[in-house]
Write a protein that binds this ligand. Structure first.
Ligand code: PLP
Length: 366
């Protein structure tokens, strides 16, 4: 028997969430964002389930050429957008060969693109910085970059305009509204399409849907807002992180549990040891009191998270035995809640899962 850690990936839920994207943004094309190993869910199985879904996607979005190459090697012919474009000039030949779109976000990339003669045209998305102050040419620069792109013989005719929100809130969207205004200033009739919204914008800011939406987190059934859960938006969790009880202990009043004895038993305590730890991506700084599900019923983490193990309070779980199932997050226990206990966002938890020391299992229609 191998270590019982597993990330169960529900591909039917993924396809359901994709259908929800279409419901929220019915008039937009969908670029499904699958960077960082599909947010820790496994690049190829996720990409295939999305490509074969009843709701059609128009492109995948990834962070780098390596991710795009894996998709092409797996025979996926869907258009792919490199969200940061290229990092080195020599990537351009491979990009044109594999028929990848690039996001062009900086003058230095433009100069390299102009210098590198390509036999096959590549499609370009011009990224404009509307307030994030991360990637993108300035609104003022956009008008001078466009003619240079249009004049470049190996840039495809249809050039698209793209930007990214620094913040979209549930209610008051002054910041996002100001970014929309900047976007409109950079816009020109020559652009063939426009894109602003990621998950948060898709869910609550319809004005930003434009021609293309770029869902990431919501595809995986997670809410991007810290005061709302995925189910409030009709989304279903895709990843459920599970393990098992591997030992049961009895501690007396006053006993200290785990490293540095941070948990002192107030009474006689039945303790379950679970095979999951920060080496698997379960954050070390999770506090005592963080919920877990033992056989579907809530219990609490007590003491420090170790590399391969945690301890949970089973005092009120009298029938629990070694081998019983423990859910760390996912179905029945939203990862948004665990993220708030860890003072982080769900994105870091799901991308941090390391199923290499356990298993990643896929279920659902394919
Ligand atoms: C990661 C990413 C997205 C997806 O964001 P979510 O909040 O996960 O929906 C969209 N656009 C760009 C440019 C990204 O880098």
């Amino acid at each position: 028997m191998s270590r019982p850690v597993k990330a169960v990936i529900n591909l039917a839920a993924l396809q359901h969430n994709l259908a929800q994207v279409k419901r929220y943004a019915p008039y937009s094309r969908i670029m499904a964002i699958i960077k960082a190993d599909a947010y820790g869910h496994g690049l190829i199985p996720v990409a295939k389930a999305l490509a074969e879904s009843a709701t059609s996607i128009s492109a995948f979005g990834v962070a780098c050429l390596e991710e795009a190459m894996q998709l092409r090697e797996a025979n996926l012919q869907t258009p792919i957008v490199l969200l940061a474009g290229f990092f080195e000039q020599k990537e351009l030949h491979e990009i044109s060969k594999l028929n990848l779109d690039i996001v062009l976000h900086d003058g230095s990339q433009l100069a390299l693109l102009e210098q590198t003669k390509l036999n096959k045209k590549i499609s370009v998305w011009l990224k404009v910085d509307t307030g994030m102050r991360r990637l993108g040419v300035s609104v003022a620069e956009a008008s001078s970059v466009y003619p240079r792109l249009a004049a470049c013989p190996w840039v495809a005719d249809e050039i698209k305009l793209v930007s990214h929100f620094a913040a979209v809130d549930l209610q008051h969207n002054e910041v996002a509204g100001a970014q929309m205004q900047q976007f409109q200033q950079a816009d020109a009739p020559d652009f063939s399409a426009r894109s602003m919204a990621a998950s948060a914008g898709i869910l609550v800011y319809p004005e930003a849907h434009l021609d293309w939406v770029r869902p990431g987190l919501m595809l995986y059934g997670i809410s991007p807002f810290d005061t709302k859960l995925a189910e409030d938006f009709g989304l279903k969790p895709v990843m459920t992180l599970q393990s098992q009880i591997i030992a049961i202990k009895h501690a007396a009043k006053g006993d200290k549990i785990g490293y540095n004895g941070t948990w002192v038993c107030a009474d006689h305590t039945r303790i379950g040891v679970v095979a999951i730890g920060y080496g698997d991506g379960y954050p070390r700084h999770l506090k005592s009191g963080t919920p877990v599900l033992v056989n579907g019923k809530q219990a609490s983490l007590i003491g420090r998270v170790s590399m391969d193990m945690i301890t949970v309070d089973l005092t009120h779980h009298r029938h629990t035995q070694v081998g019983d199932c423990v859910t760390l997050w996912g179905e029945g226990l939203p990862v948004e809640i665990i993220a708030s206990y860890a003072d982080t966002i769900p994105y870091t938890l799901i991308t941090g899962v390391k199923p290499k020391r356990g298993a990643i299992l896929y279920r659902g229609e394919m």
